[in-house]
Ligand binder design. Sequence first.
Ligand code: XMP
Length: 513
Amino acid sequence: MSHQTVIVLDFGGQYNQLIARRVRECGVYCEVKPYTTPLDTLKAMEPIGIIFTGGPNSVYDPNSPQVDPVIFSWGVPILGICYGCQLIAHNLGGKVVAATDDSAREYGKTETYFNTDCKLFRGLPAQGITWMSHGDYMEKVPEGFALVAHSDACPNVAICDESRGFYGVQYHPEVNHTEHGTDMIRNFLYEVCGAKGDWTMGDYKNTAIAQIRKKVGDGKVLLALSGGVDSSVAAALVAEAVGSQLTCVFVDHGLMRLNEGDEVEAAFKKWDINLVRANAEELFLGKLAGVTEPERKRKIIGEEFIRVFEAEAKKIGQVDYLVQGTIYPDVIESGTGDAAVIKSHHNVGGLPDYVDFKEIIEPLRLLFKDEVRQLGRELGLPEYLVMRQPFPGPGLAIRIIGDITREKLDTLRLADFIFRDEIAKAQLEGTMNQYFAVLTNMRSVGVMGDGRTYDYTLALRSVTTTDFMTADWTHIPYDVLDRVSVRIVNEVPHVNRIVYDITSKPPATIEWE
Ligand code: XMP
């Protein structure tokens, strides 16, 4: 089935995939293409609309990315964002200059006033916050264009020539900070480009499956399944595409949450894939015995994980493709220089060095987390897997302070389960992004029945965050905390005291180790 297509023409802006994601959110198929793509290729895609993205350059700089002006004669509507807006102005007879006056440079949240007669703003409030990030200024608006938005500092925030379907905005409608930004993009798609909304995540799934089949042919595919959302959705997608050619290796290090290993295994029963569950609990606990230093724990688990995975991979023999569940935010993060290492994160990202294969497949590379979850649902994965909160690679090992024993793991597993269970019963999952229990290494005196106890203190941790780089502790209602506390001390042996962690990140981190 063919869809209406929108092209996001990439001029190097940092939010380009976010624009694509907004277009998809509006039910329209879209592809991001570099600005260097030959015009014939773009034309052959028969776009119903084109969006010029932002970018770090200045349009009047001779070396800046340009576009062949022929594109303006195609009769295809164009929305220019930031640099894209200036590109339209520059090409159609306007004038863009560097803002010499500081007041004409705009960064951050800006009160903006809109002309709601313009199709882009139709049906939306006449005033609102937009997110600006530009140092250049449209001194002269091109012939035939009207000014349709302004701010206190800048008269030329948005321009349009409705007769030709050209629109330009100086701000970023794709970011959350811009109020009604997605509605503006939707207006461009539906009011200007005549979109029908003929694209769904189901279509994405089908296209991705077809691409994987084409690429893999009859080759062998290997995937390290962690039980997290990303690797599970990637596995389900590849399973749907090439079935028995796929081997998923699930290294069960014995540091999982309650029933987690069984749940992952059950979720993949419906596919005819080769699912190897490597039960390596003994091995991991043996290596971790007596180890108390957090970084040491992480290193041991990371190394053993790779060793077990490698051993399982060897049994399969030569594989052609390795699948990784990289998602778009990982792609951005890995490109951001060398920030100080606070904790050496272990996940399956480090595997390729150790396994012989021809190529990596990253089928989720362009998706954001909530899109990945949606795709998981399309593929029929159970809700508990699709909505699973992040869980660190080293598992419960970094939630037990001090040395790790099987007994402590059992204690923590049960307490953690009760905490999650009560949060679910109170329907509070949506109000927090990660929540778990930590077994502190501290013991204190308590009284139970008529006897004295000397048992562990268990900490509850819950954070609210968007990027996990900074986080606030969640204000869980007292009655819910109370129920969790009562249940844990009653149902979990060796715990006689519960505390709630009320530190943000920074200065604390989310995990305790
Ligand atoms: P911190 O504790 O650094 O955690 O504030 C930030 C987020 O990262 C997760 N985390 C990990 N994830 N491997 C992972 O895959 C790791 O080694 C690891 N350590 C922490 C943590 O759960 C939180 O979501």
